[in-house]
Write a protein that binds this ligand. Structure first.
Ligand code: HEC
Ligand code: HEC
Length: 194
């Protein structure tokens, strides 16, 4: 919006207001950089261990926000804070372009009745865990451990976000476990672009 206004004024100030999100990402450059991520996230963004989230097919803005938050210390994790410390804005844009270029595919397991999906979550995270808004991450197929850890981090304030901190603050351990079970039961894979 700001950028559009300034462009309307002749684009004079454009260089001064560039944000990480305004840098165009190059998916091919991102693919090469993803070599640093593959042990944990795979090249296509399918997690290799339960403490690690899937990031293939995530919205590019979400990936950029999280990498920037790890780098700037707003989100803290012993592994990711170290990884992100070495990424400049261009690398973050390239990695986001690469991982978001994968197509996320989610399908409910045979035993899952869509009517039983957690109502408090589906408006943003979908019934099948594919996000319905740009700022929200996919939850499909994430491990119980990962979902549980993040909701408790929002609840204690270790991780902060206007919407999620409030939602999680009202959840009991049992409720957290139930929603984690739902989304982790969804079958998830990414369809590689090539
Ligand atoms: C040693 C393992 C490891 C490596 C290497 C690693 N990550 Fe991670 N990543 C993690 C873990 C664990 C988490 C979850 C952190 C948490 O619990 O908050 C994570 C979280 C993330 C998230 C947040 C996803 C979400 O759903 O919120 C993004 C984005 C991410 N990593 C991108 C990357 C990228 C890009 C690279 C390579 C430059 C990378 N990671 C390298 C382990 C790793
Ligand atoms: C109004 C929209 C909205 C609703 C409703 C909502 N979320 Fe979220 N959720 C978000 C957004 C936006 C984020 C990204 C937070 C951030 O940027 O750190 C998020 C992040 C998360 C994460 C972190 C995932 C990751 O990859 O790191 C989990 C887990 C989560 N939500 C679970 C839930 C559950 C369970 C519910 C229902 C009880 C729920 N959310 C309801 C918008 C929503």
């Amino acid at each position: 919006m700001l950028k559009a206004c300034i462009l309307g004024l002749g684009g004079v100030f454009l260089g001064q207001i560039s944000l990480a999100e305004d840098i165009p990402g190059d998916p091919e450059a991102g693919r090469k950089l993803a070599g640093q991520c593959r042990t944990c996230h795979g090249i296509e963004g399918m997690a290799k261990m339960p403490i690690v989230p899937h990031i293939g097919g995530e919205n590019p803005a979400y990936i950029e926000h999280q990498l920037t938050a790890f780098r700037d210390g707003r989100r803290v994790h012993e592994m990711m804070s170290v990884v992100a410390a070495n990424l400049d804005d261009q690398a973050i844009a390239d990695l986001a372009a690469w991982y978001s270029s994968q197509t996320p595919v989610a399908s409910l397991s045979p035993g899952q009745d869509p009517e039983q999906a957690p109502e408090a979550c589906t408006a943003c995270h979908g019934v099948d865990g594919i996000a319905l808004m740009d700022d929200a991450p996919n939850l499909a197929g994430e491990s119980v451990m990962y979902i549980d850890t993040q909701l408790k981090a929002f609840r204690t304030g270790k991780r902060q976000h206007d919407i999620m901190s409030e939602i999680a603050s009202e959840m009991s351990n049992d409720e957290i476990r139930a929603v984690a079970d739902w989304y982790s039961s969804v079958k998830f894979e990414v369809e590689a672009v090539n």
